[in-house]
Write a protein that binds this ligand. Structure first.
Ligand code: PA5
Length: 442
């Protein structure tokens, strides 16, 4: 299997290699605390051995459920928010054709429940009206407002279209084994269900059915995705100076020197949602107790024409991690032009990717010169196997970084605050006191 790699060579002017290496023992101790379960939040370490623990029978069951839903439908709506959709969305976007989000069999995957946009739901209902569609509803708690509203709307639409019995055969629910409204409903209606293990938090759940079923529905190879993750897991177990240790140590060293924002910068338009997944993973895991690196994302070269100026010359508090894909899938040469008005004939016959790679190198040099330390992750190609490696690498480095900051990387108490205010404002039964209090404030 071709391997992904990590390099912090371009941080030297900001934090020296010996300064980073000095943190290796701390990072290794953090990793050990994950492996032996002595870290904070140890109840949520189920993701650590997921790639090795998943069985042939589980993979087959997921593939079978995907096949059965694909046979009955043209479109499947994945309903979920946060960790319940970003991982699968990232894989599907990375591997799909840019202009046809469907596989050769004509299957289309779309997402809902990740917002509360009324127009979004109006347009979605209109779009689905004349389609044979199915639903894959994902919620670990089974009570999250955004996916619950989306599921109400789409379940009603589906039942009206095909009747309650046929609708049941087109709905798959992924949720807790025992508790939550979605579990109760799924059991009552007899939906096909998959379980999110108790000890795996939402943002670490991409290698459970949460990520694997939508990816299989989209026609991609979940076995390669899992194999990629297993390969990275094995490498990290065997090598004490593994990529996750080095990344965690380098970003922590920079953070301790005052670099409080990390920009994840991709140079491939299909990686936008990998960045979104990473932002959730690091933001929810590290941002607590008034600590944590702020994770931000940019798509290059697109955002060089919007955010590039700020990155180059704004206040100096950013580190940058570039994700580069070594080899594109296709070859597109730049044509010659008889008039050469744009003076680009010197590029004629050369590949678009050569320009992209020089833009990448030029950007890295410029940003380092401008005071932005630079790290780089290279994917050999965009494939299930390399994305599997990348997922596990980021998850492990996130756990290590969180432990090095002495926080619990696996909870997210802060996300409850907006929900409580929203319910108080919506006058949810049981929130009467909070309703009074919040209304007096605004
Ligand atoms: O990482 C997390 O746990 C959260 O971001 C959840 O994934 C997100 O809030 C969705 O929760 P649920 O799957 O319970 O609907």
């Amino acid at each position: 299997m071709k391997k992904i790699s990590f390099d912090y060579g371009q941080t030297e002017r900001f934090v020296s290699a010996p300064e980073i290496e000095k943190l290796f023992p701390e990072a290794e101790a953090a990793l050990k605390s994950l492996y032996d379960g002595s870290c904070k939040g140890a109840d949520f370490l189920g993701w650590l051995d997921l790639p090795d623990r998943i069985t042939e029978a589980e993979l087959k069951e997921i593939e079978q459920a995907a096949k059965s839903l694909r046979e009955r439908t043209q479109v499947v709506v994945i309903i979920g928010i946060g960790g319940s959709y970003l991982g699968s969305k990232a894989v599907i976007e990375a591997l799909s054709d840019s202009f046809h989000n469907y596989d050769p069999a004509g299957m289309k995957i779309i997402f809902a429940g990740q917002n509360i946009g009324e127009d979004y739901y109006y347009e979605l209902e209109k779009y689905l009206q004349d389609k044979e569609f199915g639903i894959c509803v994902i919620s670990k708690s089974g009570t999250t407002t955004e996916p619950a509203i989306a599921f109400r709307i789409l379940k009603e639409l589906l039942e009206k279209k095909v009747g309650r019995t046929a609708a049941c055969e087109r709905i798959v629910a992924i949720t807790d084994a025992r508790k939550g409204a979605l579990r109760t409903l799924a059991d009552r209606e007899g939906y096909k269900t998959f379980v999110i293990p108790d000890n795996v938090g939402g943002r670490f759940s991409v290698l459970t059915p949460v990520g694997l079923l939508p990816v299989a529905l989209a026609g991609f190879d979940i076995r390669s995705l899992v194999r990629g993750a297993a390969e990275m897991s094995q490498e990290c177990l065997e090598n004490s100076k593994n990529a996750a240790i080095r990344y965690a140590a380098a970003r922590t060293a920079l953070h301790r020197k005052g670099y409080t924002v990390e920009l994840l910068a991709n140079f491939h338009p299909k990686l936008h949602y990998i960045t979104e997944w990473w932002k959730q993973l690091y933001g929810e895991s590290e941002g607590k107790e008034h600590k944590g690196i702020f994770p931000a994302g940019v798509d290059f070269t697109t955002d060089l024409h919007s955010m590039g100026q700020y990155i180059q010359q704004g206040p100096r508090f950013m580190m940058e991690t570039v994700i580069s894909v070594a080899k594109p899938d296709h070859t597109v040469p730049i044509p010659a032009d008889a008039d050469d008005l744009d003076k680009l004939n010197f590029l004629a016959g050369r590949r678009v990717d050569e320009v992209n790679k020089m833009a990448e190198l030029g950007t890295r040099i410029a940003h380092v010169d401008g005071g932005v330390p630079n790290m780089k992750i290279t994917l050999p190609e965009l494939s299930e196997a390399s994305i599997g490696q990348l997922f596990y690498f980021f998850e492990l480095a996130c756990g290590i970084s969180g432990c090095m900051s002495d926080i619990n990387p696996f909870d997210q108490p802060g996300v409850e605050d907006y929900k409580n205010n929203m319910f108080a404002l919506l006058e949810k039964p049981g929130y009467e006191e909070a309703t009074q209090a919040i209304k007096s404030k605004f």
